[in-house]
Design a protein around this ligand. Structure first.
Ligand SMILES: [Cu+2]
Length: 162
């Protein structure tokens, strides 16, 4: 049997969807906001521990990959034990949602604060990064990928490097 490629897998899922017996609750779950958690992590640098930051989803993966047409609906959970402000680089939400507190539209996220964000994202390969003190230099950064319809149809494998 040949290996399925992404297109054949998607076609199989589309066929399943047409005859769907999935409970309605699962479809609603897809519209729930994603959670991103900002926290410290420890890297091994030449055998020595280095304390840096990370921005991860509920699976521990860095950043977010949105499907075509999906809103940027994210609950940002600050577990970094200090204030922060995460800028959605390449996106153009209203100024109170863009994560740049220096403009005076929004206060930084306090330690342990959870803040919701919701806006229509711009497709493309973007990133998110702290706009607060030197956190960005300590790796408070992550990918922010917004797939287009064209991306969804392309028979390619994504590799994200940051
Ligand atoms: Cu930026």
């Amino acid at each position: 049997m040949p290996h399925p490629n992404r297109r054949s897998v998607l076609a199989a899922f589309a066929a399943l969807g047409a005859a769907s017996t999935m409970p309605a609750g699962l479809a609603v779950a897809a519209d729930q906001p994603r959670r991103l958690t900002v926290a410290r992590r420890t890297l091994d640098v030449l055998g020595r521990p280095a304390s840096v930051f990370g921005i991860v989803d509920d699976h521990g993966l860095p950043g977010v990959v949105l499907s075509a047409g999906e809103r940027f609906a994210v609950d940002l959970d600050n577990q970094a034990s200090e204030a922060t402000s995460i800028h959605w680089h390449g996106q153009t939400p209203p100024p109170q949602l863009d994560g740049i507190s220096e403009t005076g539209y929004v206060a930084p996220l306090a330690a342990a604060e959870l803040r919701p964000f919701d806006f229509a994202p711009r497709p493309g390969t973007h990133w998110m990064h702290s706009h607060h003190e030197l956190q960005e230099q300590n790796l408070m950064t992550a990918p922010l990928i917004v797939r287009s319809n064209e991306d969804e149809l392309a028979d390619v494998q994504d590799v994200t490097v940051i």
